[in-house]
Design a protein around this ligand. Sequence first.
Ligand SMILES: Cc1cc2nc3c(=O)[nH]c(=O)nc-3n(C[C@H](O)[C@H](O)[C@H](O)COP(=O)(O)O)c2cc1C
Length: 298
Amino acid sequence: MKVTGIVASPRRIGNSDILVKETLKGLQEQGLEVSILRLRDFRIKYCNGCEKCVVQENPRCPIKDDVKFIYEQIMQSDGLVLGSPIYIHGIPGILKTLIDRIRPYVSKGESIEKKFSGFLFTHTFNSEFEYAYALPYLLFFSFYLNFQVSGILSVPSGSPGECLIDVENIRKVRVLSEKLFRNIIDPAGPVTDFQEKQETTGQETIICPGCHNLTFSMKQGKIICPVCKEEGILTGDSVDWQKKSQFSNLKETMNSRFQMIMESHLAFKTNFRTIIGAREEFKDKNIGIPIVGKDKPE
Ligand SMILES: Cc1cc2nc3c(=O)[nH]c(=O)nc-3n(C[C@H](O)[C@H](O)[C@H](O)COP(=O)(O)O)c2cc1C
């Protein structure tokens, strides 16, 4: 069984790099095949929005770079370890760029609940809210590629290698490694109890029991997880959740999202002439607004 570790930090021997390696060491010691992939070593170009990955008979991405190779590595893995620093409360641009290019590889939900991932976040400030906005991206990334989440660990550490000062961090990483191992070798077994106390503060924080997300929307008296659509009712300090599984809403969500994309393309086709005519007015040469940094008008 294979596990791929992905490091989203540009730093050599930085905190994410060290923690991903330590997680992989734990899995390797248990007999799993492991490898590490550092995003900084690859060419990852921006998505150009052409949508050839969704609207064609044979969906494909026309951009030539290393993204296909990276996804093939991921798809051939039974487990995934993702280590990312927090950059301005979110994920680094290189990781977002990779995630934007996910569409040709998005699962239709066929082999759901067989693969597992673990996330490691590193950040200077000691609070779980430091990674709250980054987490949904990794959850979506993981779910879209069919990986259930075994565990999430955040290690407050700012300078390169600072995570090694406290040996407790290594112990926590080994716990994550163990959780991943157990899920990978026994996919039908129980998945992590997501109601664990936050490691960073030791305080009780409301966490989505479906996917471990920390940021919520409120609608008609309900608290809703924007990632897995788990719903609950806020009662005093706690939430009475419906408690669905990580994937229970996923297939439905994927289908309805795909449906929406198709409807949007159909609307474009149906109204093609009108749209093309109306767009004319907005061409650079017609709009009468100087375009900064552009050499020739469309
Ligand atoms: C551009 C940039 C933005 C950052 N933004 C945050 C932030 O919003 N919150 C935080 O706690 N740390 C922030 N940091 C600190 C890094 O998360 C921290 O140095 C981390 O240890 C980097 O992990 P690495 O060694 O794996 O690269 C930022 C660092 C950089 C370079």
